[in-house]
Ligand binder design. Structure first.
Ligand SMILES: [Zn+2]
Length: 477
């Protein structure tokens, strides 16, 4: 399935009239001209030129396109595209499978025999024949596939003839049942990759023009996959991709590689010497490191590694729990924190019942990081946290759970700080971009003037989103 890389059409010349001020665009009342994917002129009373597309911002806030500094694109798309069988009857399950809009595989999870009995390809073909379909059993150990999915994955080819996980009838045909065959599905990653159209359009609707994919298992294969999804127009945002050591440094169109992602898991901490060596190797390759730290111990381990290796633009992902002492250590080491205030919204009620008062004061700190001069950026961690950047910003400002209970309000940011922390550069997340001449034309026009937006961040969206001069959301006047 090799595809010639398509040459993207050149960006259009654009003129934005009446852009409203924002913390990152301070010259309100002046029009903004974009050419060749860059902001080329900001001045009063610019007249549209022949062939130039015009957008009237009607004094709504103009901001740099947002950048989500930590999310997992494929997992987020798979999660939102999967049908959850929990609580469904046979009729409602069949109805939702038939209604699935995806052009890729239809994927359903949590199937149990109490819904419609044991499944096989014949049953599934009666439900959905025209698209590949696979359902995962609630134990996670079994998959049921229809004939299209079986053909798509080549399960009846010679290559898989002796695979023990593929159940076969006496004639050698696959029955549609796979047992413990995740490696088989993993080997078909590209074919099973979820469709990113909906997620990417949703992000564009929030004004997001760039993301950092922080999945620790990203390799060259995922890089190629996302690059092809960009060139087909399915994925609209710039991507910085972190990954494992097998991900080679590269750049292709709108995607480039970033940090080495290392996962620290308190329950199963990897060998410290090995981790230290991995950081040394990354630094020797001029590659930064991003370390996943959600507990106090994980953070302490990260600090001891970085104390030994030195810091070269490295990041701590989540920094979910920080003691007073860790704030000063982090500042001294010069690490950047990339955190997710959306968890306060999504999980705040649970934290309030499960954690002590001290633990809550140390949770998802924001203001104390700013006060300690620790570079800070915000992000969603979708699909594990809410993908909406404006909800994340709201949560960083009001520190409220979804039922309205406050968690350590002293950690709140101002609206302006929250926006800046969502507009950082891909390779310097705590350095906010500005709307200025010479900057990339990655821009969002919000649905209201900034003074209105800041009063209700959670309801904010973009009316127009532009990536490198290309309209990726909204329309021209
Ligand atoms: Zn994550």
């Amino acid at each position: 399935m090799s595809q010639e890389p398509k040459q993207p059409p050149p960006p259009q010349a654009l003129l934005i009239l009446n852009p409203g001020a924002s913390p990152l665009f301070t010259t309100a009342g002046q029009s903004v001209r974009c050419e060749h994917g860059k902001v080329v002129e900001i001045a009063q009373d610019l007249e549209p030129r022949a062939g130039e597309r015009v957008i009237d911002a009607r004094n709504c806030a103009l901001v740099p396109g947002l950048h989500d500094h930590h999310l997992h694109l494929l997992a987020a798309a798979a999660a939102s595209a999967s049908i959850d069988c929990t609580g469904k009857t046979k009729q409602t399950l069949i109805a939702s499978l038939k209604a699935a809009k995806t052009t890729a595989h239809i994927r359903a999870v949590n199937y149990h025999e109490s819904i419609a009995g044991p499944l096989d390809r014949t049953t599934l073909d009666r439900w959905v024949a025209e698209k590949p379909l696979r359902l995962q059993h609630s134990t996670g150990q079994m998959w049921f596939l229809n004939s299209r999915a079986i053909a798509d994955l080549g399960l009846e080819s010679d290559e898989h003839a002796s695979h023990k996980g593929i159940e076969r009838d006496p004639y050698g045909h696959a029955t549609g049942r796979l047992f413990r065959a995740d490696s088989l599905l993993a080997a078909s990653k590209a074919r099973l990759a979820p469709d990113l159209t909906t997620l990417s359009a949703e992000l564009a609707g929030f004004g997001v023009t760039g993301v950092t994919d922080t999945s620790y298992n990203n390799s060259d294969e995922e890089f190629e996959l996302l690059a092809s999804k960009q060139s087909s127009g399915e994925l609209l945002q710039h991507v910085r991709m972190m990954g494992n050591e097998s991900l080679h440094p590269q750049r292709q169109g709108n995607i480039h590689t970033g940090e080495l992602k290392l996962l620290l898991d308190e329950a199963e901490l990897p060998d410290l010497d090995e981790l230290t060596d991995a950081v040394h190797r990354a630094h020797a390759d001029n590659r930064g490191v991003a370390m996943h730290c959600v507990t106090r111990i994980e953070l302490a381990v990260a600090f001891s590694i970085f104390a030994a290796t030195g810091v070269k633009g490295d990041r701590i992902e989540h920094a979910s729990v920080m003691s007073e002492g860790s704030l000063s250590q982090m500042r001294e080491l010069g690490l950047t924190a990339v955190t997710q205030p959306g968890f306060v919204h999504a999980k705040g009620d649970r934290y309030l019942t499960e954690l002590t008062h001290t633990e809550i004061t140390e949770l998802y700190r924001l203001r104390s990081l700013v006060d300690a001069n620790i570079p800070l950026a915000l992000s969603s961690d979708a699909p594990y946290g809410p993908v909406n950047p404006w909800l994340n910003m709201q949560s960083s400002v009001d520190r409220k759970s979804s039922t309205g209970k406050r968690l350590s309000f002293s950690e709140a940011l101002s609206q302006e700080q929250a926006l800046a922390a969502y507009c950082g550069m891909a390779d310097a997340p705590a350095t906010p971009r500005q709307v200025k001449v010479g900057a990339a034309a990655d821009l969002a026009i919000l649905n209201a003037p900034w003074q209105t937006v800041r009063e209700d961040l959670a309801s904010t969206c973009a009316s127009t989103t532009i990536r490198e001069g290309h309209l990726i959301h909204g329309k021209f006047d």
